[in-house]
Design a protein around this ligand. Sequence first.
Ligand code: SF4
Length: 135
Amino acid sequence: MLSARLDWGTTYQVTVLELGLACCGVEVMAALDRLPDLGVTAVEGAGEAHVLIVSGTVTDAMLPAVLASYEEMPEPRYVISVGACSNTGGPYWDSYSVTKGIDQALPVHVAVPGCPPRPEALLEGMRALHELVSS
Ligand code: SF4
């Protein structure tokens, strides 16, 4: 079941910025359609986002832009890495130009496995982050 409203608390609104860098981004977009049911809002600007979702292949050339988005986010800020590429480099792990996991550069709070992950997997990741935030 995809929809289940989560109580994120009343002191701040949970806003999500998606950086869809390759095919996993399509899966995330599909899942984001359901996320309003989870009490989160997708935003366009990093300055309004508390949750950064990185999905797809991150190249070393792209990594500074990902870091800049993270640095622009207000506290508290959280990172979800979606898919094998973002988690480890995935099928391109041995490419000279691919970052072997964004956790080398960012504090990743939840890593969602898969190539690509199903939307349900992303929602499980959101639930895991919710537990982390609530604990
Ligand atoms: S993990 Fe697989 S589906 Fe996702 S971006 Fe990489 S190659 Fe594409």
